[in-house]
Design a protein around this ligand. Structure first.
Ligand code: BGC
Length: 753
């Protein structure tokens, strides 16, 4: 604490927190309470006056340590009650050290990695005075046109819940009051990822059953894991914008889930209730949001302007306000802000230090997904190559490789592919670079000649293409998700040289690659990999590391297939190889035969280009001997599912072993596959391991037609494999009680309870 600064006067550090909140609340005027419910942007013109009057609860977007300490000084020393401030910032995938975008981190399928990235983000940001991040974004995202898919953890509720929980743990640590812990925020509650046509801020229509089974689970898991705050989504959910949706924010979040943390609006989402056509003016917008359960207003001032009137009109009660303000004060107590409102600049730790950078590199390595490796062109060897061409607008751009939401990045620290490759091969390989096209969006082919020249003279061309950072993230959606600009033409031009192409893609979303796939020998999908991206990619290209990432989201063949995700329903007429009829065979079909009358498009295959969970390695894994410990599992019991995985290649490698189930008949239809577990294993070349999953019948529950969360008895398929397209399958049944079991099939394993 800076010299001459004293504790805020009205609290006694260490005394019981609830009574501290009550005692503080009892001293507050109505204006002061409403002030706590306001979050102002740090450049707001009225910030200083409002702050001095004790009418601000939180400030967003300030990261200058001295300024933050000054704000805290005013709040704690110059206001009547001395209440410290929540200092919010979007620390989404790093602060100064930038890790892969969340979708990239999700490709690591590693809770440990995700947790440590969040921990380092918390250390660097808290050390700059930030105490609240608006992360993780756990919106289930099944539409890659949506720019915010980059910030998401992908399409699957189980993966998203698991990794989201790890992120919260990383940000919040063991105790919020620990020096380097910051409050996390589960956002955007809920359904935002289903924005129609993948256009940001757009309407969402999600039937309640789908909402409960797909979109809400990550929020419930993270609420139960103790996330401090929730953010109400901008979006319109089934006709009621979430910011004014009492059913979602009160009935589900507060009553059903018993969540007691703070709910913040999204940026100006309260006045936007008027724009939505849900409230007729800002006063009624303030009423709808407050009545729905939004405790704090971000950036706008509808609460500050209208809550007093709403109370005078008896539309909002003081009791409601007290409950909401208590949540805000409670968080400030939990963060230890009353005791330690200031960040000691003398205690500054070094940001972007060696450890942080080494984690950034590991995270980037683990998030790269190898999609193609023809004739094992990868890994490259510096002893067999003498000339290497590095081509593309993303090969040497320290900013673009960072991706979206990187306000606080130190761009000069980025290691690009070009610089890392040059360092790695120095003295043994001659590296030539040509940008080929100016930016990823550029349509000018002027640079092709130089690129073709260097490719023609090279043994291998490494092309680093994709999307620059601005093409994904909030309000950056695309109606086409191919390689933008004239990148496909650039690939064609290099292909004509006959030099093998290793394509590295940096992007904030899945890209449609079907057309260019035959032209390239290898594809390494690196997402936006962050500060250390270039080194991580180089290590993989040259075999220092073996790729192990797996797709957290389906890659469609064409844009028209969207939404395409592995956990789809079977339909009454599922497509299959046996019935698939392409556009050329259309005459075979109608009207004489029902062949081809299935749920598919005529002009593309029904399958994705790459399925969820997919990713190659430099070795091969063989999966066999799937077994269940019990064929008939009594409701309320656990059982084991096992399979043997062998590394049949000659490289030691990590593998992400995935378990999927299908509930064959349900009171509501169930997905054709659902991820229920995964394990990251390390297998030396030539070795095998039997991987065991423990499943309790409660983990098979879903919301039924009455919106009850129950496991239903019946037959299940279960698969273990390296992606969601795995065919290694067995089955089991869930029975109401043990005596109901009828069958004792052959493949029950030796693993008995
Ligand atoms: C975004 C949120 C973000 C907030 C604050 C909004 O536009 O939707 O995700 O946390 O801004 O920057």
């Amino acid at each position: 604490m800076p010299a001459n600064i004293h504790q805020p006067q009205n609290i006694t550090p260490g005394s019981d927190k609830e009574s501290q909140v009550d005692s503080l609340l009892s001293q507050m005027t109505l204006q002061e309470k409403i002030g706590q419910m306001s979050q102002l942007n740090s450049d707001s013109k009225k910030l200083h006056t409002t702050l001095k009057n004790g009418l601000v609860g939180s400030i967003i977007n300030e990261v200058d340590l001295d300024t933050i300490n000054e704000f805290q000084l005013i709040a704690t020393q110059e206001t009547r009650l001395g209440i410290p401030l929540l200092i919010g910032r979007d620390v989404i995938h790093g602060f100064n050290t930038i890790f892969p975008i969340p979708l990239g981190q999700a490709a690591s399928w590693s809770s440990d990695m995700v947790e440590v990235c969040a921990k380092i983000s918390a250390i660097e940001s808290s050390n700059s005075g930030v105490n609240w991040t608006f992360s993780p974004m756990i919106d289930i995202s099944r539409d890659p046109r949506w720019g915010r898919v980059a910030e998401s953890l992908g399409e699957d509720p189980f993966l998203c819940s698991t990794l989201g929980k790890a992120m919260v743990k990383g940000f919040q640590g063991d105790k919020l009051s620990d020096t380097y812990s910051i409050a996390a925020c589960a956002k955007h509650f809920a359904g935002y990822g289903a924005s129609e046509s993948g256009r940001d801020y757009n309407t969402t229509n999600i039937p309640e059953n789908e909402l409960r089974n797909v979109y809400l689970p990550p929020f419930k898991v993270i609420a139960d894991a103790g996330v401090s705050t929730f953010m109400a989504s901008f979006s319109d959910l089934n006709g009621v914008p979430v910011t004014g949706n009492r059913w979602l924010l009160n009935d589900i979040l507060r009553t059903e889930w018993q969540y007691s943390g703070l709910v913040v609006s999204d940026w100006e989402s309260i006045p936007q209730l008027v724009t939505h056509g849900f409230a007729d003016n800002e006063e009624s917008a303030a009423f709808e949001a407050c009545n729905a359960g939004v405790d704090m207003e971000m950036a706008s001032d509808n609460y500050a302007e209208h809550l007093v009137t709403l109370i005078q009109k008896n539309k909002i009660s003081i009791k409601q306000i007290d409950t909401m303000v208590s949540r805000i004060l409670q968080l400030k107590f939990d963060l230890g802000l009353f005791e330690t409102p200031f960040t000691e600049s003398t205690a500054s730790i070094e940001h972007l230090n060696g450890f942080h950078l080494s984690i950034a590199k590991q995270a980037a390595t683990k998030s790269c997904v190898l999609l193609k490796n023809n004739e094992q062109i990868l890994p490259l060897s510096k002893t067999t190559i003498s000339q290497l061409a590095v081509i593309g607008p993303l090969a040497d751009d320290g900013y673009e490789q960072l991706g979206t939401w990187v306000f606080d990045a130190k761009i000069s620290q980025s290691i690009t592919c070009l610089s890392a490759i040059k360092d790695y091969v120095e003295g043994s390989v001659d590296v030539k670079f040509s940008v080929g096209i100016e930016t990823s969006r550029s349509n000018s082919q002027d640079g092709f000649i130089e690129a073709v020249d260097i490719a023609s003279a090279a043994d291998v061309a490494v092309m680093v293409l994709g999307e620059e950072a601005i093409l994904s993230g909030e309000a950056h959606c695309r109606s086409n998700i191919n390689l933008p600009g004239c990148q496909e033409q650039l690939i064609n031009a290099i292909y004509e040289t006959g030099t093998p192409i290793v394509l590295v893609i940096m992007a904030g979303r899945p890209i449609t690659l079907e057309k260019i796939l035959p032209k390239v020998d290898a594809v390494l999908f690196a997402w936006h990999p962050g500060t250390m991206g270039g080194q991580a990619i180089t290590d993989i290209l040259f075999g220092e590391e073996c790729p192990s990432g797996k797709l957290p989201i389906t890659f469609p063949r064409t844009i028209g297939q969207i939404p395409l995700y592995y956990g789809q329903k079977n339909t009454g007429r599922p497509a299959s190889e046996a019935t698939f009829v392409g556009i050329n065979d259309i005459k075979v079909r109608a009207p004489q035969t029902s062949l081809g009358m299935t749920s598919t498009h005529l002009d593309t295959h029904y399958s994705p280009l790459f399925p969820f969970g997919y990713g190659l390695s430099y070795t091969q894994f063989e999966y066999k001997n799937i077994r269940v410990s019990k064929y008939s599992v009594a409701m309320g019991k656990s059982f084991k599912i096992t399979a043997t995985i062998s590394n049949t290649g000659n490289v030691d490698a990590d593998e992400i072993v995935q378990l999927y189930i299908r509930d064959l008949v349900g009171s509501v239809t169930r997905p054709v596959k659902e991820l229920k577990g995964f394990k990251c294993i390390f297998l030396p070349a030539g070795e095998s391991e039997t991987v065991v999953f423990n499943i309790h019948t409660d983990e098979l529950a879903f919301y039924n037609r009455q919106m009850e969360f129950k496991t239903e008895p019946g037959l299940f398929n279960v698969w273990i494999g390296g992606d969601s397209d795995t065919q290694l399958k067995t089955e089991f049944e869930v029975v109401c009680k043990e005596s109901d079991s009828q069958v004792q099939p052959e493949n029950e394993s030796e693993y008995t309870e």
